[in-house]
Design a protein around this ligand. Structure first.
Ligand code: ADP
Length: 146
């Protein structure tokens, strides 16, 4: 019996925390190369949830934040993903773990690669988002420990 290939790999990253990609990115690149797969990088801008909080910010705040994240993610991919690996980037706004799960289904990913948690949250072996993704994803999940 042969293993199923991983052709579409989702790598959710927090652009503000290098620990979310420092070890996960090289692993995702290795797996993509091994399987001839494509990398899909996703960054989620957490939404405020409550309109009362949102109303303190200018109306176009979300659009601006999304544009800025798209620019930063595109630059990240150019700089850090080698040319022989096909990669694209997505920015979502919402609840982090929900958006990761939705993107994985929508893109048709067969593997999610993510870092377990931030090093400063060392009392937890798995951060809240990572734990929810592991628990609810339909796809295989590769958890990279720092
Ligand atoms: P912690 O609470 O220690 O930060 P998390 O569970 O939030 O742990 O983070 C684990 C992983 O979840 C990160 O390495 C990253 O893959 C993903 N993640 C966290 N925040 C975001 C975000 N804003 N956008 C995309 N992915 C994220």
């Amino acid at each position: 019996m042969s293993a199923r290939p991983y052709e579409n790999i989702l790598l959710p990253i927090d652009l503000g925390h290098s620990s979310s990609w420092q070890w996960a990115l090289p692993s995702a690149i290795d797996i993509a190369r091994m399987h001839g797969g494509m990398l899909h990088l996703l960054t989620v801008i957490p939404s405020f949830g409550m309109p009362v909080v949102g109303s303190f910010f200018p109306e176009n705040f979300e659009d601006e934040a999304r544009k800025e994240a798209e620019r930063t993610l595109a630059a990240f991919i150019r700089e850090k993903v080698p040319d022989d690996i096909a990669a694209d980037g997505y920015v979502a706004v919402g609840t982090i773990y929900d958006e990761i799960l939705r993107a994985a289904d929508r893109i048709g990913c067969d593997l999610i690669v993510l870092a377990s948690h931030r090093p400063e949250m060392k009392d937890y072996l798995l951060g809240t988002n990572a734990a929810r993704v592991v628990r609810h994803a339909r796809q295989s999940v590769f958890v990279v420990r720092g």
